[in-house]
Design a binder for this molecule. Structure first.
Ligand code: PLP
Length: 427
């Protein structure tokens, strides 16, 4: 019996048996019984440099010997927070950028949503309050992120959420254009977009989509907020994600890979024009928003050491160099009767859709496949109708073969189960 309430978990099932992670090294993790697993998901899409890097541990320790943390509210600052801000500004595809630091992805989304509305208010267009997001989109589980959710199950039963917001098809510039006309573009504050949709199923954008929505936003004066919580720090083969399409967003949210998860940290890159109403003069109003641990010194030290590793070991381009091989490894199973096809090819993340008939007859098929792969020493992510992978950037094609092998065997087991117990539903 556990007392730990696990996020997104069916606790009735989990409480009778948890999977306890004990240690990690590069792409491997070990459970409490000493069994080794390939971490095909980089934990929750974040261990970009792999596990157990002593450089990050030592940098955090050095910072803690000086001071573990101090608030950066008002005019307070710490050296690692200042250095990180300067470094991120140099790397981001954002004009005249400023950085607002937070504790994670959900915090960054809340910050972006509030700042978008507040910006328009400050420059005399308070009617611009409507915010648009996409089907399948995931923007965290805080209040604003839940409102933006393109995964209906994540809003279910929450009662009234943030008003004046809508969701459009994930793959159509025309759908965004149509929604802008319905609402009235002069009423729209911002459009939130993940470069590659992650937790909602790993959906790369169709050809021309990112450029198309960026241009629609520009034409209508709508702020483009790119949610790169998953896609930054090498996942798409560059620093922030949008560089692939040569667009320059008004804001970019980030978290996860900025520290590779060694300590929690997130943030928001903000275009200088959006920052201006708050920075432009000594009596400009404050943005009355921020988390206690924003700019936490030890977390910023972890981020700096992580950025050093990403840079020195040339890990950033690997997201792009390996994307084809990862997709090919999964697509090798496209002919399996229980595979609904592999998706990916844009960055080091991909998914295998399970066969629609199987999902209908066995609603728990994704969880079953996930458990079967874990028994075979490969940790994957169970999404609503697919199995997703996003290995550390230090992984190699030999590791991808482990995923293919474990998935093939697991689908075979599922096929046998489906033959012997056609309509069982697993948890
Ligand atoms: N945005 C995206 C695209 C994410 O994938 C996530 C988390 O997976 C978040 C936001 C929320 O981040 P966090 O879980 O750190 O609050």
């Amino acid at each position: 019996m556990t007392y730990l309430w696990h996020p997104f978990a069916q606790m009735g099932a989990v409480s009778s048996g948890e999977f306890v992670v004990d240690r990690g090294e590069d792409v491997w993790i070990w459970d409490a019984e000493g069994r080794r697993y390939f971490d095909a998901t980089a934990s929750l899409w974040y261990a970009n440099v792999g596990h157990g890097r002593h450089e990050i541990r030592e940098a955090v320790s050095r910072q803690m010997e000086k001071i573990e943390a101090y608030s950066i509210f008002g005019d307070f600052a710490t050296a690692p927070a200042l250095e990180l801000a300067e470094r991120l500004v140099r790397l981001a595809p954002v004009d005249d950028a400023r950085v607002f630091l937070s504790s994670g992805g959900g915090d960054s989304i809340d910050t972006a949503f509030k700042l978008a509305r507040r910006y328009w208010y400050e420059i005399g267009q308070p009617e611009r309050t409507h915010v648009i997001s996409r089907e399948h989109g995931y923007h965290g589980s805080h209040g604003y992120g839940t409102s933006l959710a393109g995964i209906p199950a994540n809003r279910h039963g929450s009662g009234p959420l943030i008003e004046d917001q809508s969701v459009v098809a994930y793959d159509s510039v025309e759908a965004l254009e149509a929604r802008l006309q319905e609402v009235g573009p002069e009423r729209v504050a911002a459009f939130f977009v993940e470069p590659v949709i992650g937790a909602g199923g790993v959906y790369p954008p169709p050809e021309g989509y990112i450029e198309g929505v960026a241009s629609a936003c520009k034409r209508h004066g709508v702020l483009l907020v790119v949610d790169s919580v998953i896609c930054a720090f090498g996942r798409l083969g560059n620093w922030f994600g949008p560089e692939r399409w040569e667009v320059r967003p008004d804001m970019i949210t980030f978290a996860k890979g900025v520290t590779s998860g060694y300590l929690p940290l997130g943030g928001l890159m903000v275009d200088g024009r959006v920052a201006e109403p708050f920075w432009g003069s000594t009596d400009a109003p404050p943005f009355r928003h921020g988390a206690t641990y924003a700019g936490h010194a030890a977390c910023c030290a972890a981020a700096l050491a992580n950025l050093d590793i990403l840079e020195n070991e040339r890990l950033i381009p690997r997201g792009r160099e390996l994307e084809g091989e990862l997709l090919a490894a999964l697509a090798a199973l496209d002919d399996h009767p229980l595979s609904g096809g592999a998706r990916g090819g844009v960055g080091l993340l991909a998914a295998v859709e399970l066969d629609a008939g199987l999902l209908t007859s066995r609603p728990g098929a994704v969880s079953e496949a996930f458990a079967l792969m874990r028994e075979r020493g490969v940790l994957v992510r169970a999404l609503p109708s697919s199995i997703a992978v996003s290995p550390p950037l230090t992984a190699t094609p030999e590791h991808f073969a482990l995923i293919t092998e474990a998935l093939a065997e697991s689908l075979d087991v599922l096929a046998a189960r489906a033959r012997s117990a056609p309509a069982m539903s697993a948890g």
